[in-house]
Design a protein around this ligand. Structure first.
Ligand SMILES: Nc1ncnc2c1ncn2[C@@H]1O[C@H](COP(=O)(O)OP(=O)(O)OP(=O)(O)O)[C@@H](O)[C@H]1O
Ligand SMILES: [Mg+2]
Length: 64
């Protein structure tokens, strides 16, 4: 089985206050189609920025 294109494991992030992401997980494989659903301000864009590598996370592993 081919490895995933992207893997986020046990990702933590806070912007100084309460944690925004705690133990977040995301695996993206070739041909996947993904919907990311959450309340306003819950961290969707931030998670995608971490996935893209455009911002750093506090803990966990990002593999591309
Ligand atoms: N660079 C930053 N510095 C400090 N706080 C931030 C930063 N970026 C985002 N935040 C805060 O983190 C939280 C999550 O923001 P984010 O934009 O990831 O949410 P979202 O789920 O994409 O929201 P929306 O549904 O409005 O698009 C919000 O409270 C936001 O104000
Ligand atoms: Mg957003």
């Amino acid at each position: 089985m081919a490895p995933p294109l992207l893997s986020l494991q046990d990702i933590d992030l806070s912007f100084g206050g309460a944690p925004l992401l705690e133990g977040a997980e995301l695996i993206v494989a070739r041909y996947d189609r993904i919907a990311l659903v959450g309340r306003n301000g819950s961290g969707k864009s931030t998670l995608l920025k971490i996935a893209a590598g455009s911002i750093a996370h506090d803990g966990g592993v990002r593999f591309v």
